[in-house]
Ligand binder design. Structure first.
Ligand code: NAG
Ligand code: NAG
Ligand code: NAG
Length: 498
């Protein structure tokens, strides 16, 4: 059976008129031709040359495009060939009444235009697509954006606009090849569906919304170098997921340079990002000393700005140089807290030979940043566990054990590691200590086998595999972790020397 193309189109249009479709679309002759072409394709499986021409125009089948998410990786070997991907591209198509185009996959050939300058082009691989009414949803996996050789400056300023503006319109122009499932006519590829659309892209807004989250270590080093290893929260208000590599920021106080802050392997996803920041303060500078001294008495604002060589990637530097932001470091680093306690589920076993073995489950208190535990008893601090209050009112010495050297383990950012390790219990116990230990045992028996303890611990760890051992405050009091339950059994009585 052969359809009359014209009759089908007229019928379709008549049907839409009959339904009094409220969508008023200004149709030009070519739009009608495109509609007719697709209707014809569905009913006859044929795609004449006139249709090829009709769909190739800029404003043809595709009327507008929205990119709801985009990933860009600027750490490629060639800085002028970053990669892009998107898990949500929505195209609004010319509405063809009564017809849903059976497009099931597309690939795109796109030129990015900013301020009238063609910046570069990318070709996406074939990607699944779905159409509902006049809306097509698709995505594309990693595709290389080749910046045109004469468009490097324009591309840098495009990156600058995305970095600093709340929103930036970019023009996408090109062609889509679509595969249609035509049922009895089989699968057909319609190449060269033209488009040109202004797509608003939400930018980083200068990364204005930054917060000082936690100080992992403040180290006053020799040669006027003080390092602050901190967790910052950088809020990314855009829909862009960016891989930027190592980025350095100029740190300032009241506008004066005080040092450099580095974020290694900076990745920003939409929303909040907790990143590890290494700030080296140059304490030979008055401004750096003013900042550091000021922290004893009040909150201090640290300016964070990009500069001409913020990154090793020349395509990024212009954009980064435009970023001017700041964080407020609270007085004495007060009011900051770990994302979770560094340890939990403590228990202690003591053999008849008085060998004491503690077991605990460790996790990252650093907002998903992994660490490696390197030393459990560094000098300069009494690393110990003591009984909490209310257990033995007359005891003056409530120490249960001291940590020994030799404990090593690793914890992923989100996982846990349970470790058993030997600890030092007192060599001899006085009568008063013996009474206190008995009180602890009695207390635990009346309280589900546990009693509260205080953990005084400043171990060393390496965070995020950066190779530097850092002395960290894991005291339960210093981190407002409250009392920690220690689980014991009857063998706890072995702690008392006879
Ligand atoms: C540290 O900086 C101060 C002030 O600039 C300077 O006087 C001092 O010599 C410096 N110390 C070292 C070890 O460089
Ligand atoms: C601990 O409990 C035992 C038996 O339950 C009791 O004999 C002992 O007096 C208690 N010791 C203290 C110090 O309360
Ligand atoms: C500690 O133990 C007490 C008594 O068994 C219990 O009430 C409390 O919930 C425990 N705390 C934690 C953090 O597990």
């Amino acid at each position: 059976m052969k359809f009359s193309l014209k009759a089908v189109v007229l019928t379709a249009f008549a049907a839409s008129t009959a339904l009094a479709a409220p969508v008023v679309e200004k149709r030009d002759a070519n739009s009608d031709r495109i509609a007719a072409c697709f209707v014809g394709l569905l009913f006859t499986g044929s795609w004449p040359g006139s249709c090829k021409a009709a769909i190739s125009v800029d404003l043809g089948l595709i009327r507008s495009i929205a990119i709801n998410q985009m990933t860009m990786d600027f750490t490629t070997a060639n800085p002028w060939a970053p990669t892009m991907a998107s898990n949500s591209v929505v195209a609004t198509m010319l509405s063809i009444p009564g017809i849903t185009l059976p497009i099931d996959s597309v690939r795109q050939h796109v030129i990015i235009i900013d301020n009238g300058v063609q910046l570069g082009a990318f070709d996406t691989p074939w990607s699944a697509a779905s159409v509902k009414g006049g809306t097509m949803k698709t995505a594309f996996t990693t595709s290389t954006l080749n910046v045109f050789p004469d468009a490097k400056t324009a591309f840098s300023s495009f990156v600058g606009s995305l970095s600093t503006k709340a929103s930036h319109p970019v023009t996408l122009k090109g062609a889509v090849d679509a595969k249609l499932n035509l049922g009895i006519f089989g699968h057909l590829t319609i190449p060269g569906i033209g488009f040109k659309a202004v797509v608003p892209i939400k930018g980083l807004g200068g990364l204005k919304n930054q917060k000082y989250v936690f100080a992992i270590e403040i180290y006053t080093g020799p040669n006027n170098k003080t390092s602050m290893t901190s967790i910052l929260n950088i809020n990314n208000p855009s829909q862009l997921s960016l891989t930027l590599g190592d980025v350095n920021f100029d740190s300032t106080h009241n506008g004066a340079h005080i040092g450099i802050s580095t974020v290694k392997g900076l990745k920003l996803v939409p929303g909040d990002n907790q990143v590890l920041s290494y700030t080296f303060l140059d304490m030979s500078l008055d401004a750096a000393r003013a900042f550091s001294d000021g922290l004893y008495t009040s909150d201090q604002v640290m300016g964070i700005g990009g500069y001409a060589s913020s990154s090793t990637n020349p395509a990024l530097n212009a954009g980064l140089a435009a970023v001017k932001s700041s964080v407020t470091v609270p007085m004495n680093f007060q009011g900051l807290h770990m994302s979770q306690a560094p340890y939990k589920a403590w228990s202690l076993k003591i053999s008849t030979a008085r060998v004491a073995t503690a077991t605990a489950t460790f996790q990252s208190p650093y907002y998903g940043i992994p660490y490696e535990f390197t030393a459990s008893n560094p000098p300069g601090f009494i690393n110990q566990v003591q009984a909490g209050p209310g257990i033995s009112s007359d005891a003056t010495d409530k120490q249960i054990w001291k940590f020994k050297d030799g404990l090593k383990f690793k914890v992923s950012g989100t996982g846990t590691t349970t470790v058993s390790f030997e600890v030092d219990i007192p060599k001899t116990t006085s009568a008063l200590q013996a009474k206190a230990f008995t009180d602890m045992l009695n207390y635990s028996k009346a309280n589900g086998g546990t009693f509260p303890v205080l953990i005084d611990w400043q171990p060393t760890i390496i965070v995020n595999g950066d190779g530097t051992e850092r002395l960290v405050d894991w005291t339960s009091l210093g981190n407002s972790l409250g009392y920690i339950n220690l689980t014991i059994g009857d063998d706890f009585a072995n702690i008392i020397t006879k």
